[in-house]
Design a binder for this molecule. Structure first.
Ligand code: SF4
Length: 370
């Protein structure tokens, strides 16, 4: 990753689908401390991270506050990412998915051990206050992806309640298209607040479920909630009238790309009354490769050679593979009568038509299908 990296940030749709550059990090400090002679140069964001005091510790994790001058990042990617802005309350994610490509966001903090992404978690202070200031300048209708780099409902949210404070702002300030991605059932804590947010904004919740096989999920996403619990959360959200669906991403060759595996997720989504189903092929940035390849080597050794050929020099799956996955998604979506994530429809607020499973809302701030 070229290091204009201080001004760039990953976008992860739990993901493996798109990458975006987010122009937010460069304003993270007002008064940078100059390097001493002979001292290695580090960016202002890395310096802030180094200075952040220890707040608390968990199992294998430590949590630190991170001073931020801004909360909303502007997406500058030209890769067709269908949202214009992004909010990520946390840096790092302790769900520790083996395929996570957002690991490179810790490289902006000068942390190059991929494991640090899941062990050193930074939370953004004053998020709600920052959001209120920034929304005054953000045009109505802007599409904001929440949790586009890291899971906003990871365990630390239970105590920090930063995501909740963000919803409290959007429950008052309306007119935006909001899409949140998570693997966490903690989203249910905020269900009443989400209903208020959906009355003023276009809101969509995306639950990531890569497999219904609990054993495989435990290997792939070691500290994330079980797939059946995520589906249960989806069902509760739908019962509350909130637009919600399933991202079956990333699809990994030979691991979860069988039609039967994807159909099992789609069936569970349909039974939970999901508005949409989507899936996209694995996207493997170089910084994520060692973690994922170690996983494949340990659990799928027979696939190792194939992965080296597919992803050794290319972060993206081949066009043929992506096309095949898209065809499977189309066919499965038809079979289970599940809608798409992204279709053109007029601006309306969420609860008005959250019940329309077969005619889903257009405004999804995330990817178009697979
Ligand atoms: S849940 Fe966390 S570790 Fe897993 S893919 Fe999302 S951001 Fe990465």
């Amino acid at each position: 990753m070229a290091l204009d990296a201080v001004s760039a940030q990953a976008y992860c749709v739990c993901k493996g689908e798109y990458m975006a550059k987010i122009d937010s990090a460069k304003t993270d400090t007002l008064f940078p401390i100059l390097n001493q002679p002979g001292q290695a140069r580090i960016g202002p964001l890395a310096r802030l991270a180094q200075q952040a005091p220890l707040d608390s510790e968990g199992f294998l994790t430590e949590y630190r506050p991170l001073e931020s001058r801004s909360l909303i990042g502007k997406v500058t990617s030209r890769r067709g990412v269908p949202f214009t802005h992004a909010i990520n309350p946390y840096r790092g994610c302790e769900f520790a998915c083996r395929y996570c490509y957002a690991r490179y966001t810790h490289e902006f903090l000068e942390m190059h051990d991929p494991a640090e992404f899941e062990r050193k978690i930074y939370f953004k202070q004053n998020a709600a206050w920052l959001l209120r200031q920034e929304l005054r300048r953000l045009p109505q209708g802007a599409q904001i992806g929440i949790g586009s780099a890291t899971d906003p409902y990871q365990p630390i949210e239970r105590r920090q309640r930063i995501m909740r404070s963000i919803w409290e702002v959007f429950a008052e300030v309306g007119g935006y298209s909001l899409g949140l991605v998570t693997k966490s059932v903690l989203v249910l804590r905020d269900i009443e607040l989400l209903q208020k947010v959906a009355r003023k904004n276009r809101l969509s919740i995306h639950l990531t479920v890569t497999t219904m096989d609990t054993r495989l999920a435990r290997l792939l996403e070691p500290r994330a909630p079980r797939p059946d619990l995520r589906i249960h959360a989806l069902k509760r959200l739908r019962q509350a009238g909130i637009r919600a669906g399933v991202l079956c991403s990333p699809i990994m060759p030979g691991i979860n790309d069988a039609r039967s595996s994807m159909a099992a997720v789609a069936r569970a989504a349909a039974e939970a009354d999901a508005n949409f189903f989507s899936a996209g092929a694995l996207f493997l940035k170089p910084c994520s490769q060692p973690t994922f390849f170690a996983f494949v080597r340990q659990h799928y050794p027979a696939l190792m050679r194939s992965y080296e050929m597919r992803y050794g020099r290319n972060a993206f799956a081949s066009a043929e593979y992506r096309k095949r996955i898209a065809e499977i998604v189309d066919s499965i979506s038809r079979e289970f009568r599940l809608g798409r994530r992204y279709e053109r429809m007029p601006m309306r607020t969420g609860l008005d038509f959250a019940a329309q499973r077969e005619n889903p809302q257009s405004w999804l701030p995330f990817a178009q299908g697979a």
